[in-house]
Design a protein around this ligand. Structure first.
Ligand code: PLP
Length: 262
């Protein structure tokens, strides 16, 4: 049987990021996905115009109803939005899915600059979710906010990864896409369970602004973990999947491109 993942993420109705990108990614990997909506955004390829958080009691119903029925091979967590949502998700993971690997994309802001997590929720994210994750995958801005390290180099990325690991993540992947070019290349840093560093390097593709790379990467990693790959292999394969998606990126609206997932 195919492996099964659970996606807990925000909805992006443009389909480039969020839950919609996660489901497409799972489909491309031949992995079955269930999906719980944590919150809803109104957004297009240019901006986020509003965010709606369904009542916590409804989030709880989704989580309990799903967990009472289905056991997953891996769980991907994306945008959560508020402290209450984080705490509800964490409580149910503890109750029902303690031994299921969690891949956490600590979504704080969109590429457009719009804030996707309330500032007062960052402490809770560290304490309740980063602490229990198999892999946490911050981009440069998120790594700066989470670690307090100013990041301008590979050495800074490594330092930030070490600090984020102290919060309890078993592995930390600091994604380098938002850092201005290091020799025309994008370099991401993986700090693994044994405290070894791996540098994952890509040629930078000059496509301008592109939307949904973080969500897609984290869900591709989740699919690979669900199939039984180790962390380094899962990250490497996911990195190639996102690279191909960016290379074939498409313009669907007036703003940023979206990945073309195959
Ligand atoms: N919308 C939702 C629901 C998301 O989860 C995310 C990122 O995780 C975004 C938008 C932003 O994606 P990007 O930063 O690629 O624009």
């Amino acid at each position: 049987m195919n492996s099964k993942i659970l996606i807990i993420a925000g909805s992006d109705p443009s389909g480039g990021a969020g839950l919609q990108a996660d489901i497409k990614t799972a489909q491309c990997h031949g992995v079955y996905s269930s999906a719980i909506i944590s919150c809803l955004t109104a957004q297009n390829t240019q901006k986020v115009t509003s965010i709606h958080n369904p009542p916590i009691s409804f989030l709880r119903s989704q989580l309990t109803t799903i967990f009472e029925d289905i056991k997953f091979d891996a769980i991907k967590i994306g945008m959560l939005g508020t402290r209450d949502i984080i705490e509800e998700v964490a409580h149910n993971l503890n109750k029902y899915a303690k031994n299921t690997p969690v891949i956490l994309d600590p979504v704080i802001a969109a590429t457009s600059g719009d804030l996707l997590l309330k500032e007062n929720a960052i402490g809770s994210l560290k304490e309740n979710l980063i602490s229990n994750s198999l892999i946490t995958t911050p981009n440069i801005d998120e790594a700066k906010i989470l670690s307090g390290v100013e990041i301008n180099s590979l050495a800074d990325m490594k330092k930030a990864a070490q600090i984020i690991k102290i919060f309890g993540a078993k592995n930390v992947l600091v994604k380098g896409g938002h850092l201005s070019s290091l020799d025309g290349k994008i370099k991401s840093v993986l700090l693994d369970e044994k405290d070894d560093f791996y540098i994952i390097t890509n040629k930078r593709i000059e496509v301008g602004s592109i939307h949904g790379t973080g969500c897609t990467l984290a869900s591709a990693i989740t699919c690979n973990i669900s199939k039984g790959h180790d962390v380094l292999t899962s990250v490497r394969l996911a990195n190639k999947f996102v690279y191909r998606g960016i290379k074939a990126g498409i313009k669907i609206g007036k703003g940023s491109l979206v990945l073309n997932l195959k």
